[in-house]
Structures are given as structure tokens and as C-alpha cells.
Ligand binder design. Structure first.
Ligand code: AGP
Length: 611
């Protein structure tokens, strides 16, 4: 996924573009660039290079570019290595058209061949460059007419911003499958992949829909479709503010987001707990009691950490609502030719609400006859949220760190609220509902207490940061926590780690155990704890080093494990919210000790909007 920013108005564009890129850098950070026009037909000036936005800022400090119209881009490479020539913006042969793009042009090779055959010279390996040449070839009096003409040849996804030296002061924006919004200022307009890039200038944003073409000039904007029909889009007000996307004194966004989980879980719960009835208030779900009763099956589609949350959700919803739940990797689901089953509700779980695999899987579920498609999403107004029939917003605030942490715990809480909501209409005993509602309300305090383990976790990180591989084991509702703990470690410390069902060890992986491999057991004192304890004995007998995440007051592990991280007791279904916290901290501190870029790990981006 990449980040795009645009500006047209009365101020110097360059500083606005650079600050916008800095706030979007979590979306991709392979290379960065700007294209600025100074208002007359003198042309477009471009500065771009491989590397971070800070490098671009330094180049521009040495070679400033002046102008009040501009576009900019920070890249996560999909086609073409992260080199300076492949950095956006890209231009046509004349250099009078420049554009930035987030997405994938799937027929780029064929388009490139045809354009080259007609005399176009290409300077990059990217799919995006074909767009510049197509616009150059397209006829039309206006820039938007030429962009529409060019896009008529394109198969793929794009969030696109285009400028032309022949149309000073104009920025044309197009959206198909990649998020892009407009910021409405006083006599100035902005373009951004998400609101964090422009929030310091305006809270008024317009989310473009697929097929929209927006034309921005200093005097205003209008939106049309490819048939030149005017499209009216609502102006939304962004609720959160800047400090939500600032570090606030923390060394990394990931640590900030780990430490704010008591507050973010409180936000997810706010206004949704019904203590008297033992149910949940979920107004955005758009699911009537009759529809709840008619559900025969749920399929959850998600990726990565969100998929792990879905695995927890399966336990929760099956127990509370008695509905069979399947949890599918979104990328697998959409090509698996799923069997059409009556009464199926699909649930897409996505922090960003823009993950291409998840978006396409929910579309496949709808095409496959799902009676409702719901979204459990953090980013308000994101594509998945807008395409769903209803859903639950996490209200966890922007998650900047590439490694998802606070979204995971809020997703589990949201899924539990969903389980309560469904269960209430499907015979869940009110007393059981009231008990769980009470336990949910206690979670923020228990999270705070669990995060106090950080000094102990930091000591463990120092002891094990040099190990080449880790194993994470769990059972039942905590098996997904083992998977999630392994993913956290892998993606930010680059240490190989594997999550596994604890009981499966004896069917092969126990051959891996030696005195170099730390084995992390997620083992709260619940009804399968004794089984997990047996699995620990199997590992210990083979010389394994055991780190156990267990419940405060559990005296059954003395002498068996090497380290214990004790979390407060809670309802078994809610234990993943607490057991995951020490594992988030362990991954974080090991990565810091290893000198890794915790917030922007190599090869990754915050939301993968390409398939
Ligand atoms: C989580 O730490 C990863 N960064 C990644 O697996 C992420 O969870 C996945 O890409 C799904 O993202 P989404 O929740 O925004 O859809």
C-alpha cells in the first residue's frame, strides 16, 4: 500500500505535501517524491528518491521547489524495485503530466507494449508509468477528460492524483479500489489516502467512491463519474484529533498503542454494555432480532492479526450464540469456491478497512449468497465499512504502528459484544449475559494491571533476544493468542517464530525442542489448563526453556517452567485480551534490543491494499 497527498490553494505546496507524506509513511516507506507546479505553464518540478520521507525533505531543503499546486507519494513497492527512478511521481514523455498512484494496474504489461510500439519511451519498471503515457495519448479539452479517457484502458485498482503543466492549478483525482479522500479547507483543497495526512489543515473530508473522478482547483471542486455525470458526496467531520497520531512522548507508536489499550478497550465498550439485560447495544449492526434468529452459519474472513481475532471470535460466538462459525483466510476464501449455504452471515474483520484480500472476500461472500455482510473495522469511512450492510466500529483511534496491537484486543471485545447481541436473541441465559457484561466492564482495569508486567517482560527480552527461533503454544481460545504472539515477534524482530496448538506438539514439532528454543505457553488457569500443563511437561522433559503466561495465583507451575508472566483472572472467553499483552511487549522489547525499526518493519506496510 502507498500513500498519496495533493494540494491546491494559496499556500506553498511543498511543506504541506512533505508533512502529509510523513504522516502517511506507515503506509509504505520504500521511496518518496513530490511534483509541484508554480501556477503558470512553466511546467512541473519533480523531486524524488529511494528511501524515507526525511531524505526527500533534505533534498528539498537543498533544492527548494516553489508552487501552490502539487502531489506527492510515499511508496510500498509492488512493481519495480524501490529505486529512485521507480519512485513516484511518474511523468509522460513530455514531462508535462505527472501523477502519483496507489494500487496495481493489472494489464500494465500489455499497455506498456502497445505504448512502446507507438513510440512511447519508458523510464521505469513500474505499472504506474503506463498511466502517464495513456493520459498523454488521450484526447480531451480538460485534464479530467484525458484522465477518464486513459482509465478506460486500465484494468486494476487505483487511488490516483494527476497534474498537468497544460492545466495549471488543477489536480484530478480518481478512485477505483484504493482509498482516497478530499480535504475541504478555506480556499484550499487537499487529497490524501487517509485523513491523518491533512488533519492539521481541515477536519472536513469527502470520501471518494469507486468510479469517482474529482477535479480540484483553487475555486473549488466537483466530482463526476466516467460518464461525466455529477456525483454528490457528503462532507464528513473527522472526530479524532492530532495527538491521536502523535507519539506523545513514547519512543514508538507500537509501544504507545500497546500502553493505551485500557483506554481503547474502554472506547470499544462505551455505550454498548447493557447490564440489566446482559446484552449489547450495537446500533450500527443493522441486524433485527428476526434476522439474528435466522442465522444458520457465520463465516469470518480476515488477514493476519485480524484473522487471529476471528479465531477467538469463533469460540466466543459459538459459545454465546450457538452459531457455527468458520474462520477463513480472506486470500484463500475468495478462490476456494465456497459452498453456498442458506442463512450464512459473512463478517469481515479489518483494522484498516482497506485490505484488498478481505475486501474481495467479503464481495465473494455476498456474491455467494450471504444474507448479510458485516464489518468489524477500526477506520471510519473505510471501504470495507462502507460496503458492509452493517457492522461494529472499534473506536480504537488510528493505529499507526505496522504491527497491530490495540486493534486486536478491541476486535476481540467487539466480537464478544457481537456474541452477546446474537446470544440475547438466541436464548443465551440472561444471567450468563449479565456475568459477561460485568467481566467486560472490568477489562480496562485488568489491562492496566497486566501492562504493569512490562519490567518483567523487558528482562525476559534481554535474556532471549538473541535466540534464532521461538515456539508459541496454546489451546482453545488461547491458541489464536499463540499464533498472534508468534506473528508479533516475526514481523518486528525478524526472528522466526511459530504458533501451534499445544497438544499438537507430540505429533511432530516436539522434535524441534532443544535448550536453545524458548517455548512460550499461553496457559491461563482455565478448564484445559491441566492438559496444557501436561504439554509443558513434555517440553520440559526434552530440555526446553518455558515461558508461561498464566493466571495470577496459579501455584501449579513451580519447578516446571523457567519464567511466569501472571495476568489477572477474568472470564475464560476474555482471557485472550489479557494473555496477548505480555506477548506484544515481549515482541516489542526484543525488536528494540535487536535494533529493528519497530513501527515500520522491513518489507511491510500498515494496510495491504494490493492482492
Ligand atoms: C498485523 O500485525 C499485521 N500488520 C498484519 O497481519 C495485519 O493484521 C493484516 O494485514 C490485516 O490488516 P487489516 O486488519 O487492516 O485488514
Amino acid at each position: 500500500m502507498c500513500g498519496i497527498v495533493g494540494y491546491v490553494g494559496g499556500r506553498e505546496a511543498t511543506p504541506i505535501l512533505l508533512e502529509g507524506l510523513r504522516r502517511l509513511e506507515y503506509r509504505g516507506y520504500d521511496s518518496a517524491g513530490v511534483a509541484v507546479m508554480n501556477g503558470d505553464a512553466a511546467g512541473i518540478t519533480i523531486r524524488k528518491l529511494a528511501g524515507r520521507v526525511q531524505g526527500l525533505r533534505q533534498v528539498l531543503a537543498g533544492e527548494p521547489v516553489h508552487g501552490s499546486t502539487g502531489i506527492a507519494h510515499t511508496r510500498w513497492a509492488t512493481h519495480g524495485a524501490p529505486t529512485t527512478p521507480n519512485a513516484h511521481p511518474h511523468v509522460d514523455c513530455s514531462g508535462r503530466i505527472a501523477l502519483v498512484h496507489n494500487g496495481i494496474i493489472e494489464n500494465a504489461d500489455a499497455l506498456r507494449a502497445a505504448l512502446q510500439a507507438s513510440g512511447h519511451r519508458f523510464c521505469t519498471e513500474t505499472d504506474t508509468e503506463t498511466l502517464a503515457h495513456l493520459i498523454e495519448d488521450a484526447g480531451g479539452e480538460t485534464l479530467e477528460a484525458r484522465v477518464i479517457g486513459a482509465l478506460g484502458h486500465v484494468v486494476g485498482t487505483y487511488g490516483l492524483a494527476v497534474v498537468s503543466a497544460d492545466h495549471p492549478g488543477t489536480v484530478v483525482v480518481a478512485r477505483q479500489g484504493s482509498p482516497v479522500l478530499l480535504g475541504i479547507g478555506e480556499g484550499e483543497l487537499f487529497v490524501a489516502s487517509d485523513a491523518s495526512a491533512i488533519l492539521e489543515h481541515t477536519r472536513s473530508v469527502v470520501y471518494l467512491d469507486d468510479g469517482d473522478i474529482a477535479v480540484l482547483t483553487p475555486s473549488g471542486y466537483h466530482i463526476i463519474d466516467t460518464q461525466d455525470h455529477v456525483q454528490l458526496r457528503p462532507v464528513n467531520d473527522i472526530a479524532w484529533d492530532l495527538q491521536a497520531i502523535e507519539l506523545g512522548g513514547y519512543p514508538h507508536f507500537m509501544l504507545k498503542e500497546i500502553c493505551e489499550q485500557a483506554e481503547t478497550v474502554r472506547s470499544t465498550l462505551r455505550g454498548r454494555l447493557l447490564f440489566d439485560s446482559g446484552a449489547a447495544r450495537l446500533n450500527g449492526l443493522n441486524l433485527s432480532p428476526e434476522q439474528c434468529a435466522a442465522i444458520q452459519r457465520i463465516v469470518i474472513v480476515a488477514c493476519g492479526t485480524s484473522w487471529h481475532a476471528g479465531l477467538v471470535g469463533r469460540h466466543v460466538i459459538q459459545e454465546l450464540a450457538g452459531i457455527p462459525v468458520a474462520v477463513e483466510y480472506a486470500s484463500e476464501y475468495r478462490y476456494s469456491r465456497p459452498i453456498r449455504e442458506p442463512g450464512t452471515v459473512a463478517i469481515a474483520i479489518s483494522q484498516s478497512g482497506e485490505t484488498a484480500d478481505t475486501l474481495e472476500a467479503m464481495r465473494a461472500a455476498r456474491a455467494g449468497g450471504a444474507i448479510r455482510v458485516l464489518g468489524i473495522v477500526n477506520v471510519v469511512g473505510s471501504t470495507i465499512a462502507r460496503e458492509a450492510d452493517g457492522g461494529i466500529y472499534l473506536h480504537a483511534g488510528p493505529e499507526i504502528g505496522v504491527a497491530s496491537t490495540k486493534a486486536f484486543t478491541s476486535q476481540i471485545v467487539a466480537l464478544t459484544l457481537l456474541g452477546l447481541y446474537l446470544g440475547h436473541h438466541r436464548g443465551l441465559a440472561p444471567e450468563a449475559g449479565r456475568e459477561l457484561v460485568c467481566r467486560l466492564s472490568q477489562l480496562p482495569g485488568l489491562i492496566t494491571r497486566t501492562l504493569a508486567l512490562e519490567p518483567q517482560v523487558r528482562a525476559l527480552a534481554r535474556a532471549y533476544a538473541d535466540r534464532p527461533t521461538f515456539l508459541y503454544l496454546g489451546r482453545g481460545v488461547n491458541f489464536p493468542v499463540a499464533l498472534e504472539g508468534a506473528l508479533k515477534l516475526k514481523e518486528i524482530s525478524y526472528i522466526h517464530a511459530e504458533g501451534y496448538p499445544a497438544a499438537e506438539m507430540k505429533h511432530g514439532p516436539i522434535a524441534l525442542i532443544d535448550d536453545q528454543m524458548p517455548v512460550v505457553f499461553v496457559a491461563p488457569k482455565d478448564d484445559i489448563f491441566q492438559k496444557v500443563r501436561s504439554n509443558m511437561q513434555e517440553v520440559k522433559a526434552r530440555g526446553g526453556h518455558i515461558i508461561a503466561v498464566t493466571t495470577e495465583g496459579n501455584g501449579d507451575l513451580g519447578g516446571l517452567v523457567d519464567h511466569q508472566l501472571r495476568v489477572p483472572a477474568t472470564a475464560p472467553l476474555l482471557s485472550p485480551v489479557l494473555t496477548t499483552l505480555p506477548l506484544q511487549l515481549l515482541a516489542y522489547h526484543i525488536a528494540v534490543l535487536r535494533g529493528c525499526d519497530v513501527d515500520q518493519p522491513r518489507n511491510l506496510a500498515k494496510s495491504v491494499t494490493v492482492e
